[in-house]
Design a protein around this ligand. Sequence first.
Ligand code: FES
Length: 247
Amino acid sequence: MDLLLKIWRQKNNAEKGAIQNYHIKNIEPDMSFLEMLDVLNQQLINGGDDPVAFDHDCREGICGACSLVINGAPHGPDKSTTTCQLHMRKFKSGDTIYIEPFRSSSFPVIKDLVVDRGAFDRIQQAGGYVSVNTSGNTVDANATPIPKPDADEAFQSAACIGCGACVAACKNSSAMLFVGAKVSQYANLPQGKVERKERVINMVEQMDKEGFGNCTNTGACEAHCPKDISLDNIMKLNQEYLKSKIL
Ligand code: FES
């Protein structure tokens, strides 16, 4: 496959970026999208040019490190698929592909296609955990029976990999699908109920502090989420927040 890549290049957050064109040849359909970018970077390095910076880690759809807006869609054209699991057979020879970073003022560009998603870490640190007493009285997790429907619902929320595609897809740069998934994951489990009130209030406060917008129910986050996190998580977030404020 021969392709024209139109890639966002930006030295750092202080300088303006721009789209640059790259022609690339002999790409195998079975390569992953990131392997295609590896081939491009090797060519750039061989020619003495600066390789394109992009985020990645596991390359198997579980860590949430990869990002990229591909032809206008966070994680590209395949539904329920991370950028690292997208394959070049989805494109055809002669295609032009636009590759840009996840865009949100709460995710400042570090370089090229790499953005700082530290805002998500700070939201997690504000309440996305369960405190445990480790002074010798810790209850074995299996000793707490959990109804199967609750466990299943918590598991579905826990599938969120925190990649930030929901923010990149939302016209309001809302992080409510991410925060909703993290809050719901614990709200459905007995272990999470102890810190239930402080958790949701602290996480929402941090979300607002980071400058994310509000949800206006367009559903773009759900449509582009590589892990199919449902909008129900936003409903649950609103319920939890309201209950914590009034009860
Ligand atoms: S690199 Fe880990 S999910 Fe894509």
